[in-house]
Design a protein around this ligand. Sequence first.
Ligand SMILES: [Zn+2]
Length: 337
Amino acid sequence: MDIRELASIKSGFFEALEKANTEGSLLELKGAYVGKKRGVIADLLARIPSLPSEERKAFGQSVNLLKQEVEEALNRALSGLNAKKSAIPKMDLTLPGKGSHRGHLHPLTTVRREIEEIFISMGYAVASGPEVEDPYHNFEALNTPADHPSRDIQDTFYLEEGDLLLRTQTSPVQIRSMETRKPPLKLIAPGRVFRRDDDVSHSPMFFQVEGLVVDEDITMADLKGTLLTFYRKLFKKELAIRFRPSYFPFTEPSAETDLTCVICGGSGCKVCKRTGWLEVGGCGMVDPKVFEFVGIDPEKYTGFAFGLGIDRMAMLKYGIDNIKYLLENDMRFLEQF
Ligand SMILES: [Zn+2]
């Protein structure tokens, strides 16, 4: 045993240290070299008593120096490894993820689509027409002559250029459909309409659905049955409807439709003003004069028409008390649906 042997042990250790890059392998190396019982250094120290007495001191000092170097190198390597570990950002894999924000349809779109699906399931086609109309389709052909109050500038938005207006109802789609198609006709026309109206239940722009059926032997009983079926499907409740006599220029006879209050079920509440009924839309049998405008023989054909507000249906379905919420696009409101 001499100093050269110690040098080769030392270089062997540093070679091994170079390769050890995990905590486990460093601890293994530590055990092999400076372990108290089986370590290389412990073996060397154990040999001291068997050495000639004049060599013991120098050898002992060299071994202790080696031991010190080995321990320091191991400690440096271990603490370097820990520093690397703590540099990795700490993650709690059990935390819920951030998730991406998923959008959804506007409540008005949802209700419009539901309404369309119900009528499509009853054999109706979905028609559309222009929002900027001429007075002929919006009024005249709907039997609303020039002196009719609804044509007043107080109620209707007229465009500055030309003789045009923003449609006040979806009914002109009836006219356009009857002009281009022959009976039998069975269609709904959902869309925006515009009126000079502005309070909690009226907005200058709102959404209507118009319904039109023209065929032979269509009666008011068909109309009532159709609306009853529709409202029961929309609100998923066994509701009743009743007709109250009314007046519209383009239907005769005309009726207002009352529906069992969907909020209280008919027992009376604030929404139905304690009556148990909700006014949900106008309807009636197509006036023969309207048929004459579009060239349909009123002796052969009869038909019914109805209108209802999509906004109103959404308000009743979701319990919304101000129509403005549906149009303001406030995310705090919209996120509730
Ligand atoms: Zn009620």
